[in-house]
Design a protein around this ligand. Structure first.
Ligand code: MG
Length: 229
């Protein structure tokens, strides 16, 4: 097949799974606040009133995962399952690369809910990688939404498509001469990890049609890839 041998490294949360949309509903319930009060306008989830520290977030995350099945109840990002099925049918090897094993004693539920969710939405994959150091994984192209991950992958010389969402809109991954301001959403100082030698390897996509188009442009003979199953 035309795309045979091409490996696409795909992040889940914020890219294939609507992590923030589901977490927002659970957080509103947990906080006892109307969901509309929890902003999705670019100010980040730190504005939701969860608290500032890792412990504050961990309490919500643990509740969401163990009591509300966070990873098996999210909606897919529109078009993602169809796009991945279309690419897979053309021989593109889908390699899921996710940093979901964040907190102790949640790994079993995190993995089981993830696999259940992938099957439930008929999302094809050959490999399923749970790790934070994504640059340790090989792929011809990655799709990710977290600025820190994008920076590290680009710094390692990887080709990255940044999936645009409210957590990264102010992050200019394509600017080779960034200013010195840390990213206001994450506090991450992008100037300390600028992708030297990786110019032209980072681009943005706002939807899965754009991701598919860019993957097609990276491979020969995939022009007839469709989104339908
Ligand atoms: Mg993500």
């Amino acid at each position: 097949m035309a795309g045979e041998g091409f490996v696409l490294g795909v992040d889940l949360d914020g890219v294939v799974a609507d992590f923030y949309g589901r977490l927002r509903v659970i957080a509103a319930e947990w906080l006892g606040r109307p969901v509309e009060e929890l902003s999705m306008d670019g100010s980040g989830i730190s504005q939701w009133g969860i608290g500032e520290g890792q412990d504050d977030y961990e309490r919500l995350h643990r509740f969401a995962l163990t009591e509300r099945n966070l990873f098996s109840t999210m909606d897919p990002i529109p078009g993602a399952p169809q796009a991945l099925r279309g690419l897979s049918r053309k021989g593109v090897r889908i390699r899921i690369v996710t940093h979901r094993l964040v907190f102790k004693r949640l790994h079993r539920q995190s993995v089981m809910q993830t696999v259940k969710w992938l099957d439930h939405h008929d999302i094809p994959y050959w490999d399923l990688c749970f790790l934070g150091e994504k640059s340790a994984v090989d792929a011809d192209c990655f799709v990710d939404d977290t600025p820190e991950q994008v920076e590290r992958l680009a710094q390692a010389g990887k080709r990255v498509i940044v999936y645009t969402n409210f957590t990264n809109t102010s992050f200019d991954s394509t600017d080779p001469n960034p200013n010195t301001d840390p990213n206001p959403n994450t506090g991450f100082d992008s100037t300390r990890a600028r992708f030297s030698g990786a110019e032209g390897k980072v681009s943005r996509a706002s939807n899965w049609d754009e991701v598919v188009a860019q993957v097609i442009s990276l491979t020969d003979g995939l022009a007839d890839v469709g989104r339908g199953p």
